[in-house]
Write a protein of this length. Structure first.
Length: 216
């Protein structure tokens, strides 16, 4: 799904659900349902993604509350979907549930980074940037989480029309995980949009990023 092929992502998830159909209360089942919710979210089926995430998280909390990673993923899908649908209350309620579901030492920073995405989806760019600036310990996070942070930061700066900060955040994302710049849909969209502003101050740097991403 990260590379933008929603059809093959859906096929893969369907196979996973079929394989686990006899084990609907297993950790694997809930993990694949979370992947399905992510596919729905990234393909624009926000209401369906939100409904699936909320219902599945409630079921998982009743049957296997120790499945922290699956619960975290479901709550964050629900938060982002609610934000895109402009439901401020439910978006933040899902973020609060994500924080409650996950021990403080597990996946540090993930909920905070998701909170930045939620504020962006709600159209609150200044609040998103304030939250992003307050996230601590980014260099100690795993590469995937660091990259997600820098790409979210790049998107926020782009929404604020700060091309220098956008480019710097993209370069930080590439430094920690070059694969994201080359293959992730979100990263390629940010680079493509930044190029359209034709900023002389970062034209060279953006062109280099675009070439490495295969955009130019």
């Amino acid at each position: 799904m990260q590379t933008g092929d929603s059809h093959f992502a859906q096929v893969a998830v369907d196979h996973g659900l079929a394989e686990l159909s006899a084990h609907r209360d297993s950790p694997g089942w809930f993990a694949v349902v979370g992947q399905y919710g992510d596919v729905l979210l990234r393909s624009g089926s926000y209401a369906e993604a939100r409904r699936l995430a909320v219902d599945t998280a409630a079921a998982l909390a009743r049957t296997a509350p120790d499945q922290h990673t699956a619960l975290l993923r479901l709550h964050l899908i629900g938060a982002e979907a609610a934000a895109v649908l402009k439901d401020h209350r439910d978006a933040h309620a899902s973020l609060d549930k994500a924080r409650e579901a996950v021990p403080a030492d597990l996946w540090p920073g993930v909920v905070d980074i998701a909170g930045v995405r939620v504020e962006l989806a709600l159209g609150r760019v200044d609040q998103a940037l304030r939250l992003a600036g307050g996230i601590e310990g980014v260099p100690t996070m795993c590469r995937m989480t660091q990259s997600a942070h820098y790409l979210t930061l790049a998107e926020a700066h782009l929404a604020n029309r700060d091309l220098i900060a956008t480019t710097f955040a993209l370069m930080q994302a590439e430094r920690v995980c070059a694969e994201d710049i080359r293959f992730a849909v979100a990263a390629r969209e940010i680079v493509t949009e930044a190029l359209t502003h034709n900023s002389a101050s970062v034209r060279h740097e953006l062109s280099v990023l675009a070439e490495r991403a295969g955009i130019l």
